[in-house]
Design a protein around this ligand. Structure first.
Ligand code: FRU
Length: 474
């Protein structure tokens, strides 16, 4: 059954258009990124359906075009030739069918012949409470609009209604899908299915979670799994959900971890090493990777988290909230995953400045700062009044004022800092430590934004530093 341009889709699009036409003036918006992808309006979360297809990079994304809040998500769509200039495309998927009443949730893309095949979760909540999830398929042919193909997999036995976020890939002419799930004992699991035709999916097994492959944890759900080959290993990225005590309240965690291991395509067993946290900043969640036409493994992440503070982001006054991270190339070096900005971003470098000394400022709201051969010196990098990076012999700390209560908060990466690469866009900072060994990703807003108090990068140290700076211009 095909569902192209139904009356429901048309109604949805008309409502979105009416909202768009009434948006605040974005020219006055100091937070809007220059070269990161952000929605024109509404709320963006996870990257979806990433692919290099028909000569362009395709970025789909979780989008609520109707409000700066979570809700029944649609899929937005944008394309790029250079990975930093983005062209908005027509709405890809709207939650208009009875198998996706509460959202076209996250999923992935896979090129088969001349088609970009898309897989996503139809999220359905019942009026009497509870929910179910359908894994669905849609297709994009070059020059056409996305066409829904309907359900390919219903809820498997033994799991709650939280089974979602299909990541699909091909291996030796068979298709594989991993899903994030919560089992009936409230344990987070990654499930694998296999198919020969993309339509009929067969159970392969549980890949990852408590009690599997010698691993133990008490995460209650695993969101957005991504399992992919890298070098001669496999990497599994997951977003494990757990509970944390904060100010006497139980709140959900939003971490992202990776495990390196070996995946058995016959049994779904995944023997893996210990997990490593993928980011040490305030805003990184639900990343997704894809292999591009050169075989590079590229990652985009959502530069946000659905925590209790997101409603305080001031870009909401301008009608939009959240942005993507920069695209990052993943490599395996000495058994560790490295994340580095893709080399295309170097094409934005202009007005190089080289500095040697104790302290300086580099002006500009979009720039790149590099520091090499650091020798355990104490170093302070102030980005804006509400964000700074501190480095000493203990490691690197991102220090940011909380958006709600304005208290300073700290996230530490413990380790020896040898080199730093910092990418700043108007309201975001990505810090790459030791050539991508660790990353700290954060948004920032606050007082004096874009005004005199905001210096781009303000650098100070007790020891002589050598730095190199470029403005990033599109
Ligand atoms: C992760 C997530 C996914 C889900 C989507 C809904 O941020 O919760 O698990 O598919 O967002 O927008």
């Amino acid at each position: 059954m095909k569902h192209t341009h139904s009356l429901a889709d048309q109604r949805y699009i008309n409502e979105v258009l009416a909202l768009a036409l009434n948006q605040a003036n974005q020219a006055q918006d100091p937070y809007r990124p220059v070269w990161h992808f952000a929605p024109l309006f509404g709320l963006l979360n996870d990257p979806n359906g990433l692919a290099h297809f028909n000569g362009e990079y395709h970025l789909f994304y979780q989008w609520n075009p109707k409000a700066c809040a979570h809700g029944a998500k649609a899929w937005g769509h944008a394309t790029s030739k250079d990975l930093f200039t983005w062209q908005h495309q027509p709405l890809a998927l709207a939650p208009t069918q009875d198998y996706e009443t509460h959202g076209c949730y996250s999923g992935s893309g896979l090129i088969v012949d001349d088609t970009l095949e898309l897989f996503y979760t139809g999220n359905v909540k019942f009026a009497e409470g509870g929910r179910t999830a359908y894994q669905c398929r849609a297709s994009l042919e070059a020059g056409k609009q996305v066409e829904k193909k309907g359900i390919v997999l219903s809820l498997p036995d033994g799991y709650s209604g939280h089974v979602r976020d299909p990541k699909v890939w091909v291996h030796q002419e068979r298709y594989y899908m991993v899903l994030g799930a919560e089992d009936l004992n409230y344990q987070g699991k990654v499930l694998a299915f296999v198919s020969d035709d993309l339509e009929n999916w067969h159970w392969l097994g549980e890949v990852f979670g408590d009690g599997l492959n010698g691993y133990h944890c008490d995460d209650f759900m695993l969101e957005c799994p991504d399992l992919f080959p890298l070098e001669n290993r496999h990497v599994l990225i997951t977003c494990p959900k757990n509970w944390l005590e904060r100010d006497g309240k139980k709140v959900e965690t939003f971490d992202v971890t990776y495990h390196i291991g070996d995946f058995d395509y016959q049994t779904a067993a995944f023997n893996h090493q210990d997990g490593v946290l993928m980011d040490h900043g305030f805003d990184f969640y639900a990343p997704q990777t894809f292999a591009d036409q050169d075989g590079r493994r590229i990652l985009f992440g959502w530069m946000g988290k659905p925590d209790e503070y997101e409603a305080y982001q001031p870009s909401i006054q301008h009608g939009w909230v959240h942005q993507m991270t920069c695209p990052r190339e993943l490599t395996l070096v000495n058994g560790r995953l490295k994340q580095n900005p893709v080399m295309e971003l170097t094409h934005m470098r202009q007005h190089q400045q080289v500095f040697k000394g104790l302290s300086t400022c580099f002006d500009g709201l979009s720039g790149e700062l590099q520091l090499h051969n650091l020798q355990n010196e104490e170093l302070l990098i102030e980005i804006a009044e509400d964000l700074r990076i501190e480095v000493d012999s203990k490691g690197l700390r991102t220090v940011r004022r909380n958006l709600k209560n304005h208290q300073w908060q700290v996230i530490e990466w413990p380790g020896r800092v040898n080199s730093l690469q910092l990418l700043r866009d108007h309201s975001s900072l990505e810090v790459f430590i030791n050539e991508g060994e660790a990353v700290a990703t954060s948004r920032f807003f606050g007082k004096g934004f874009g005004a005199k108090a905001d210096k781009g990068f303000k650098l100070s140290s007790k020891h002589e530093l050598s730095a190199i700076y470029w403005q990033l211009v599109k």
